[in-house]
Write a protein that binds this ligand. Structure first.
Ligand code: PEP
Ligand code: MG
Length: 573
């Protein structure tokens, strides 16, 4: 056997070695038949729907226990399809009216609905197309009596190889799965998110080459680099095993010290905070040693509702987060809707370029009645902790002044009604539009802190849509042009004596920690899982060296050169 190397998308970091097990999904062959007893067929169909519901409920429960509530919520979408008259109801209508067998109508209605959802411009709705296909396959398998792949036969150390994995597949992974490799899928696929949460190294998007992997092959999976080695020679395998042990030890050591604050080797404090997207993320943030919350994305409150959330609902959620963190800072970002985040009940107009459109603070300032509900909830919740309010997508000074004026107006209205409001509360902005970074000196005079959102700042600086696979090779936050804007923002913050933080994905990349500290950031905020590692990196930083390194990144020719410099790898010629 000769060793072969393959490359895909590194979707969940980590290194592992194991044996290939193909997860083959049997899609039952469906033939259209006429049924003589439609009522009997509907009864058979309804029984299967009940069985499918029970399976999904079971999956939801296991996922909540093993992975978390947020991931488990994917199955709520599956369950809602099981109740949907346009889906299940339509199938029953067709069995009755067209006298077709349940298998055929299930195939047809699922195809039609998934195609319709996939054609919608909204990413959230497109993702529902995958969900409905998953549900449709489940019903078809039950109707046809075909046995699906049995995950219980997977031995520890298996590397699962599949065309594509749905959340309902990953949810069934037994403990000990060593890796995950698929032909399709991207970093943002549900399966990738689950793999990251479970700590399973994953390489996705292998395409047709996946067929070159056979059951029983030994595979080294490098989820960081996105590479695979099939049937490695003994020396390569030995080296990979010792690297795995080294990484494992680093992770364990970092986790042991996760609760300690992070100081550079020369004694500068860098605050390492958590980004949270819902209340379900709180536990992981605390467990991984977050020293506060650097970004609480409040969109979930709006997205999970079918009408504007009330002041009371919002107050309850904000208060919970503030109380969970006691006297530690909690940065709560006001509504960042628009762009790729649609809200059906907001009836947002269709825009040619939604990312350049009427989103975030622009929408909120244009709709003060909606905005003021959130601001009031924040002012009330701020009584229970150290609240920092942050406005997203700020582009100019008048937006900041207008938002602050609305905040004052809300405070006065509450106080007039005898309602207690936060006595001290910090107000800041996200720097995620290049104009804000360029004019950071002007903006810094109006606020208490600035937090750099590299996810948007990168897409706007490089004119590369953050969700478009075609321009994905251009989209890299380590681009010197982005780093120059980061530096400009940090310099302006220092000059004004305010805090410069970062809450975009770049902040959670341990390989860039030294550069970021060198650029002048005081605070880094990231998904909880990377906090221990980033804290460890901070502890190894010497500020002077970091500054020199950061200066050098600014004159590199490409993001690749920056990354190589940051990891101190020799530059490839
Ligand atoms: C960002 O743009 O970097 C950011 C943190 O905000 P979001 O990813 O929510 O747009
Ligand atoms: Mg953003």
């Amino acid at each position: 056997m000769t060793a072969e190397r393959y490359h895909g998308v590194g979707a969940a970091p980590g290194l592992s070695i194991g044996q290939v097990v193909w997860w083959r999904k049997e899609s039952p062959k469906v033939e259209t038949q006429t049924v003589s007893d439609p009522d009997g067929e509907i009864k058979r169909f309804e029984e299967v729907v009940q069985q499918a519901k029970a399976q999904i409920q079971q999956l939801r429960q296991t996922t909540a226990e093993r992975i978390g509530e947020e991931e488990a919520a994917i199955f709520d979408a599956h369950l809602s399809f099981m109740e949907d008259p346009a889906y299940i109801g339509e199938m029953k209508n067709r069995i009755r009216n067209q006298k077709k067998n349940a298998e055929a109508v299930c195939r047809d209605v699922t195809d039609e609905m998934s195609q319709m959802l996939a054609s919608l411009p909204d990413e959230y709705m497109q993702a529902r197309a995958d969900d409905i296909r998953d549900v449709g396959t489940r019903i078809l398998l039950l109707l046809s009596g075909v046995q699906p792949f049995d995950p219980s036969m997977l031995k520890p150390g298996s590397i699962i190889v599949a065309e594509e994995l749905a959340p309902s597949d990953t949810a069934q992974f037994p403990p000990g799965v060593a890796g995950m490799v698929t032909a399709r899928g991207s970093k943002t696929a549900h399966a990738a998110i689950m793999a990251r949460t479970l700590g399973i190294p994953a390489v996705l998007g292998l395409g047709k080459t996946l067929e070159e992997l056979a059951d029983g092959d030994t595979l080294i999976v490098d989820g960081e680099a996105g590479s695979l080695i099939k049937n490695p020679d003994p020396q390569t395998e030995k080296e990979a095993r010792s690297e795995m042990e080294r990484q494992q030890k680093l992770r364990e050591d970092a986790l042991k010290k996760a609760d300690e604050d992070a100081f550079t080797a020369d004694g500068r404090r860098i605050q390492v905070f958590a980004n949270i997207g819902s209340l379900n993320d709180l536990e992981a943030a605390v467990h991984n040693g977050a020293e506060g919350v650097g970004l609480f994305r409040t969109e979930f409150l709006y997205l999970e509702n079918d009408q504007w959330p009330t002041e009371e609902e919002q107050y309850g959620a904000y208060r919970k987060v503030l109380e969970a963190f006691g006297d530690k800072p909690v940065v709560i970002r006001t509504l960042d809707i628009g762009g790729d985040k649609d809200l059906p009940y907001a009836e947002l107009p269709k825009e040619e370029n939604p990312f350049l459109g009427h989103r975030a603070i622009r929408f909120c300032l244009a709709n003060p009645d909606i905005f003021k509900v959130q601001l009031k909830a924040l002012l009330r919740a701020g009584v229970h902790g150290d609240l920092w309010v942050m406005f997203p997508m700020v582009e100019n000074l008048s937006e900041v002044r207008e938002a602050k004026a609305l905040l004052d107006e809300c405070r006065q209205e509450l106080q007039q009604n005898g309602v207690e409001t936060a006595s001290s509360l910090k107000v800041g902005i996200m720097v995620e539009i290049p104009a804000a970074a360029v004019n950071a000196d002007l903006l810094a005079k109006e606020v208490d802190f600035m937090s750099i959102g590299t996810n948007d700042l990168t897409q706007y600086t490089l004119a590369a849509d953050r969700g478009n696979e075609l321009v994905a090779p251009l989209y890299d936050a380590a681009h010197p042009a982005v780093l120059r804007l980061v530096k400009k923002t940090c310099d302006a913050a220092h000059e004004a004596g305010i805090i410069a933080g970062m809450c975009g994905e770049l902040a959670g990349d341990p390989k860039m920690t030294e550069v970021l500290v060198g650029l002048g950031l005081h605070e880094l905020s990231m998904s909880a899982g990377t906090i221990p590692e980033v804290k460890e990196e901070v502890r190894n930083v010497q500020t002077d060296n970091a500054r020199t390194l950061a200066e050098r990144t600014l004159v590199q020719e490409s993001p690749e050169a920056v990354r190589q410099l940051a990891t101190k790898e020799p530059l490839k010629s």
